[in-house]
Design a protein around this ligand. Structure first.
Ligand SMILES: O=C(O)CCC(=O)C(=O)O
Ligand SMILES: [Fe+2]
Length: 259
């Protein structure tokens, strides 16, 4: 049984070794790295992203645009399709970031300074292939959901993670709203009965009495939260473009990235 205790604070926490461990244990709601990227770096990324253009998810309502691939979409379709698509997704990511900077690399350096274990892209031993990390998204609304590889990827290497975080950098932020609400309730298998049929969303009654942290999108900021916690993105005014990936903690303590 997972015990949900009150968060130590509802404020934004800075990145340090202690906070990173606290976030993995769901003792704090999020870590924010303010000015992770400059306005100029974000504007350059936005131009490069517009040039490439977004694809839209199949069967996701309301629509979410993305550049790159997700393990989630291949969870029920088999691994090989995902790993076959990694090379192209990586190439597009490099095409975009080469015109500005690479957020994944910048974050990996910061994480290395704050953990004693290894930090790398996730690797699938069965197929001898690296995962893709660095999803670019255009999200207006995201329904209440969680991202947790023990549920989404039980037969994949990442299914072995003991806890999972997600980072998002805001490349374009709405002038109002677009908040990512993170609830102090971590997914448990019994929660599957709250899943809305035919959707990735869960019923809001799950979080009716939960503590909630509002992560406000600010251009250039990077926010990390525990993606096993139920979360949603509420509507805003203006475009909202992010780059993200998951950070899993492997049983030996190593941190791995994937999207
Ligand atoms: O865009 C966001 O703020 C969070 C989106 C989300 O659901 C995630 O990154 O897991
Ligand atoms: Fe999510």
């Amino acid at each position: 049984m997972l015990k949900t205790t009150q968060w130590q604070t509802l404020n934004d926490c800075e990145m340090n070794a202690q906070n990173l461990q606290a976030l993995l244990r769901n003792e704090i709601p999020s870590i924010r790295i303010s000015n992770f990227a400059s306005v100029e770096e974000c504007n350059k990324l936005a131009v490069a992203i517009e040039k490439v253009g977004f694809d839209f998810y199949k069967n996701v309502e309301p629509p979410i645009g993305r550049i790159g691939i997700t393990q989630f979409e291949y969870g029920h379709r088999g691994k090989l399709g995902y790993f076959d698509a990694v090379k192209k997704a990586k190439k597009t990511y490099e095409q975009v970031t080469s015109l500005s900077f690479d957020p994944l690399k910048r974050l990996a350096i910061i994480l290395c300074q704050n953990v004693s274990s290894k930090v790398d892209i996730a690797y699938e031993n069965e197929t001898y292939r690296y995962y893709f990390a660095g999803l670019i998204r255009h999200i207006n609304i995201a329904l209440l959901h969680i991202d947790f590889a023990q549920l989404d990827a039980p037969d994949w290497e990442i299914g072995n993670i003991t806890s999972q975080l997600v980072w998002n950098i805001y490349i374009k932020a709405p002038s109002q709203g677009g908040v990512c609400k993170v609830y102090n309730r971590q997914w448990q298998p019994e929660d599957e009965k709250y899943k809305i049929p035919g959707s990735y969303g869960y019923d809001y009654s799950l979080v009716a009495t939960s503590e909630v942290k509002h992560n406000i999108p600010i251009m250039g900021d990077l926010v990390i939260f525990n993606s096993r916690n139920f979360h949603e993105v509420v509507p805003g005014i203006g475009e909202r473009i992010t780059i993200s990936s998951f950070i899993g903690k492997m049983p030996g303590g190593d941190l791995v990235f994937w999207s």
